[in-house]
Design a protein. Structure first.
Length: 71
């Protein structure tokens, strides 16, 4: 089976890939699809969990930063 490290790496790789796609899309059309933003937002909490962030206050801070960035 997959180790926690392997799962963590897979999530990081996926998140990085999505962010790169978002950046490329943004540069090309100046817009990022809402679906892509939603997918990144949905993947962030499990990513924080496997990264060892505590729900409070670290995840709350990350969530707040995310809202500011997407807002």
């Amino acid at each position: 089976g997959m180790t926690a490290g392997g799962a963590s790496f897979a999530l990081v790789a996926l998140l990085v890939a999505l962010l790169l796609v978002a950046a490329a899309t943004d540069l090309r059309s100046r817009t990022i699809s809402n679906g892509l933003n939603a997918l990144i937002a949905l993947l962030a909490p499990p990513f924080w969990l496997v990264s060892g962030l505590t729900p409070w206050p670290e995840m709350a801070i990350q969530f707040g930063l995310g809202l500011v960035v997407f807002g």
